[in-house]
Design a protein around this ligand. Structure first.
Ligand code: SIN
Length: 554
């Protein structure tokens, strides 16, 4: 059902570009990998839009790291494992938490990121699932934009880094089991080129656009997961799609995020009558892990026959709201909502994929020479549900590890030069791509969304089978190639969701409402074998929490 390549090509007849390290994607993971690698290698960073067009830029909340006086590494590890609902990898989590503070300080000291401070100390806030205040933020609620600008500035002044904007990575090139670069389409599909590299890093972000309602910008079409899967890499945990509880409930695309940090500072989640819906549901109330807040919202909205709830911040100091959350305050005001006087209508929206291309502790995938980082990767940290503000952190920590791994394994020599060719038959069905895309996003939202059941998932899989022809159609334009990537990733999510017969983390099944540790404390991995999805399950390696490593403080 899934062809190996999106396009017909012959590398012999295409222009060739060479670099030591090809980095695909320009969010925190891509920029940070490119920066770290460009200290010792020639790096080419390719991004399908502008350098700053990524989910990172719109991230509001912040970066979680143990920097507070009373915080501990154990506490951050524990919070991450609890949010991950039994499927986070303890080793990867320890790496994330231990190396996180140094990465944040590097952003501050080396790259001049201006994080918010109080009396000369970092101003730390709290978000869902965190047992204490440990989230660093910038310009109130514009953390991602600050990080993206700081890293972007640094990268553009690196002499060994080149940036290619408006260049779409079509497919990875693999020769003899080794990734030797990628096929890149430039000028909106007009020109193809071959990029030959010793190492290739997929940092292409998330896939929120497969859903009708998402906080992700239009560039998030799952390209990294889809192309790595086509190239033969294993992907895992993709059924765990996180819905953010509080997207602004007005008709706009993508949905504007109302940061969890607002709840961290005291916002209440209330129903139409003004009753707080999280009280008595979880000890952390509004700050329970996201999956728990979303599940409760779905329940209340269903009971009350509504499609949204409200965040109420009217009990908070208006001056603090305006200065601490300027982006949210302004955006809501532009929509006619003065948050100091009005309740904010909110509903959940697709936000983050916890799974992705499987990697080890050094970002290495199953394919030699291919690395994955950021939301496209599955390092194992997030398990069945990502802890708030761990994503920018993951991008920072693992990008550095990838650069280190590349440096260690770097042996300059001849570039892979074998010719690779593909022939894609343009034999697909007659469809209008825009209509099919709309229908596909509707199916994903209805049947593979926040709450799933066997019947819906079966119907979704039938939809994919019936429309599989689109994957055989050759589109030369970026929109057509993105459609095929979205279709591929949507299919993988539906396949894994249909197999997981339990509810865990952000995967909820109406017909299997409880977690089933005995059968399902396992990961679902998928790989492309002869054009079809081959499944495997992998037992969770984690030790029970009481056996986890203990840290010495100081
Ligand atoms: C938020 O600000 O609520 C989003 C942060 C995140 O997704 O980690």
């Amino acid at each position: 059902m899934i062809p190996r390549y999106l396009l017909s090509f012959d590398t012999e007849s295409l222009p060739r570009i060479e670099c030591d390290v090809l980095v695909a994607g320009s969010g925190v993971a891509g920029l940070s990998t490119a920066l770290a690698a460009s200290r010792y290698a020639d790096v080419l960073l390719v991004t399908k839009s502008g350098l700053q067009d990524s989910t990172t830029r719109v991230a509001q909340g912040g970066i979680a790291a143990v920097l507070g006086e009373h915080d501990t590494l154990e506490a951050h590890v524990k919070d991450t494992l609890v949010a991950g609902a039994g499927l986070s990898d303890p080793e990867a989590t320890a790496v994330l938490v231990e190396e996180g503070p140094a990465r944040v300080m590097e952003l501050l000291r080396e790259f001049d990121a201006r994080f918010d401070t109080i009396d000369g100390r970092l101003d730390l806030t709290r978000e869902g699932g965190h047992s204490t205040a440990r989230v660093v933020h910038a310009r109130g609620d514009a953390t991602g934009s600050e990080v993206e600008s700081a890293l972007g500035r640094a990268l553009t002044s690196e002499s060994r880094a080149r940036v290619m904007e408006n260049a779409f990575v079509v497919d990875l090139l693999v020769d003899g089991g080794v990734c030797v670069g990628a096929l890149v389409s430039m000028d909106r599909g007009q020109n193809l080129a071959v990029v030959r590299s010793h190492s290739t890093v997929i940092a292409l972000g998330g896939m929120g656009q497969v859903y009708l309602v998402t906080t992700n910008p239009p560039v998030c079409t799952g390209d990294g997961v889809a192309m790595s899967f086509r190239a033969g890499a294993r992907v895992g945990d993709v059924e765990f799609v996180q819905f953010h509880p509080t997207a602004l409930h007005i008709p706009e695309e993508p949905k504007f995020l109302i940061s969890e940090a607002l709840r961290g500072e005291g916002a209440w989640l209330v129903d139409f009558e003004g009753e707080r819906v999280m009280e008595g549901v979880h000890p952390l109330a509004e700050l329970a892990p996201r999956d728990i807040v979303v599940a409760r919202m779905v329940e209340v909205m269903k009971e009350q026959g509504r499609n949204h709830l409200y965040l109420d911040v009217r009990h908070m100091d208006p001056d603090v709201l305006r200065s601490r959350f300027p982006t949210i305050y302004e955006h809501c005001l532009e929509a006619g909502i003065d948050i100091t006087r009005n309740r904010i209508p909110v509903s959940p929206a697709a936000h983050y994929m916890s799974g992705g291309v499987l990697t080890d502790m050094w970002g290495r995938t199953d394919i030699e020479g291919l690395y994955a980082c950021g939301e496209a990767a599955c390092t194992g940290v997030h398990g069945a549900n990502r802890l708030a503000s761990n994503s920018l952190l993951e991008g920072l920590v693992f990008s550095h590890r990838i650069a280190e791994a590349i440096l260690r394994g770097h042996a300059p020599g001849t570039m892979g030069s074998a010719s690779i060719r593909a022939r894609v038959k343009a034999s697909g069905p007659h469809v209008r791509e825009e209509l099919l895309k709309g229908n596909f996003r509707e199916v994903m939202t209805d049947s593979v969304g926040m709450v799933r059941c066997e019947k819906g998932l079966r119907e979704a899989l039938e939809f994919f089978q019936a429309n599989a022809g689109v994957l055989r159609t050759e589109y030369l334009d970026v929109a057509g190639m993105e459609l095929k990537n979205m279709f591929t990733v949507g299919y993988l999510i539906a396949c894994a969701a249909a197999r997981r017969l339990e509810s865990r983390g952000c995967h909820r099944r109406r017909d299997h409402p409880e977690p089933d540790d005995w059968n399902w404390r396992r990961h679902i991995d998928m790989r492309l074998v002869d054009g079809d999805v081959s499944f495997d399950t992998r037992p969770q390696p984690s030790k029970p929490p009481q056996e986890l490593k203990t840290y010495t403080t100081g």
